[in-house]
Design a binder for this molecule. Structure first.
Ligand code: 5CA
Ligand code: ZN
Length: 407
């Protein structure tokens, strides 16, 4: 699929600081240790509705990862999917009497526009399920052929992976069995499905049903399950042992656990990812912002209202990426005021030396993406006066390169 345009990322003087990130699997902040090419997979949208501020906050967090790695001299190989074959899409299309393919294409186009406006560095590979069905089916077939996946005997053609066949199952979330069961039921799983070997076995392939899209495949006609989509798209472009697998905290289980399970079983290698990184949930009115709750603030709507996308970016980065936090109009007002102050200060002929500020911003972001700390340091610089004629330009490029805020 077409990705979106790459924003300019200025090169900064000196060297960056190696990035440490919280890993959900080990419950600690650990150094990332990428090779010359850092490899990151971030789960993409399910395009049945517009991008809301929760999605945006998640993609902004991983954009910081990308920017810090680049500042450390790494090339970044970043891959993202689009879940453009899934029940919510079919249901919405049915409700609105629309073709589900067209719905997915339209919402994906809007997402590209939103990401462009927010200056998110695009993935090198942006891959929809519609174009990846064949490779996903190949992965499913592999899992069947090595004996860790099985077909239900009820004539549906549905294929599941046997979680009991994997010694390390559960390491990614670290959840106990009953927590897993609860999240599995809540987030698209089918623990009660008769004929499965284990309640937690995830669906790999859904056999063809009347009225549902289907593709021919070596495992029979049908369509891919959700988790295996990300396993195939990621591993085929990035290989195993990727540096970061990313998404919101609602993907800790089952999605990222199962993607890792599929990938590791097929490759007979461990781990799928060295860091599993999860963002907190953005809420509105005390509830997680979600399509099903209908309490959404869309990035595109704010853009349409004339809100500067850089203010949206700054407002979302003013909270730490891992904390669940609320979107408020006060936070947006504050970001707009802050942006104006920053613009004034960097438009001056001189300012206080910015060398220390660059070092502090690097240090704060390297420490598990402490964007609020980085923003505080910029506020301090902006509040002072100085006579260094090179400082305003250096602050300008520091904000652009590291925080993605173009003034
Ligand atoms: N297509 C799948 C991933 S393969 C999916 O979860 N799509 S999504 O459209 O529902 O979400 C896209 C990303 O936004 C996911 O990483 C999800 O965890 C994140 N996300 C969803 N809601 C919120 C929220 N309220 N706050 C922060 N992140 C969110
Ligand atoms: Zn995913």
């Amino acid at each position: 699929m077409q990705s979106w345009p790459h924003p300019d990322v200025p090169l900064l003087p000196g060297t960056g600081i190696p990035l440490r990130l919280y890993d959900s699997a080990t419950h600690e902040v650990r150094p990332t240790e990428p090779g010359p090419v850092a490899r990151m997979y971030v789960c993409g949208i399910t395009p049945y509705d517009a991008t809301h501020l929760g999605h945006a906050a998640t993609y902004l967090a991983f954009d910081l990862v990308n920017r810090v790695w680049r500042d450390n001299g790494h090339e970044v190989m970043f891959v993202q999917n689009v879940t453009d074959v899934d029940d919510p899409l079919f249901e919405r299309a049915d409700r609105d009497g629309e073709d589900w393919i067209v719905l997915g294409m339209r919402e994906t186009a809007l997402f590209r526009e939103d990401m462009t406006a927010l200056r998110v560095i695009p993935p090198a590979h942006y891959v929809g399920v519609v174009e990846a069905v064949e490779e996903i089916a190949e992965l499913v077939e592999k899992l069947v052929s090595i004996g860790v996946a099985y077909r239900l005997e009820d004539g549906t053609g549905d294929v599941y992976q046997d979680v009991a066949a994997a010694a390390r199952f559960g390491y990614e979330s670290g959840y106990d069995h009953s927590t897993m069961l609860n999240f599995f039921a809540e987030r698209g799983g089918d623990p009660e499905r008769p004929g499965k070997r284990n309640a937690l076995d995830p669906l790999l392939w859904r056999g063809a049903r009347e009225g549902e899209p289907r593709w021919p495949s070596p495992v029979g006609p049908g369509r891919p399950g959700w988790h295996v989509e990300c396993a195939a798209i990621a591993v085929n472009r990035l290989g195993m042992g990727i540096d970061v697998q990313g998404g919101g905290s609602d993907l800790v289980f089952p999605h990222h656990e199962m993607s890792a399970l599929h990938a590791e079983a097929a490759a007979d290698q461990w781990p799928f990812a060295k860091h599993y990184v999860h963002t907190g949930m953005i809420g509105l009115d005390g509830e997680k912002m979600s399509k099903s709750r209908g309490n959404l603030v869309f990035v595109s709507r704010l853009r349409g209202d004339g809100v500067d996308p850089m203010a949206v970016r700054l407002a979302l980065l003013s909270g730490h990426y891992r904390s669940d936090r609320a979107w408020t109009s006060a936070a947006l007002d504050e970001a707009q005021e802050r942006l104006a102050r920053w613009r004034d200060a960097t438009a001056r002929a001189t300012g206080p030396s910015a060398v220390e500020l660059l070092a502090t911003v690097r240090e704060r972001l390297a420490d598990d993406l402490d964007s609020p700390g980085a923003i505080r340091a910029v506020d301090d610089w902006v509040a002072r006066e100085g006579s260094d004629p090179t400082a305003p330009a250096l602050v300008h490029s520091t904000l652009d390169a590291l925080l993605g805020i173009a003034l």
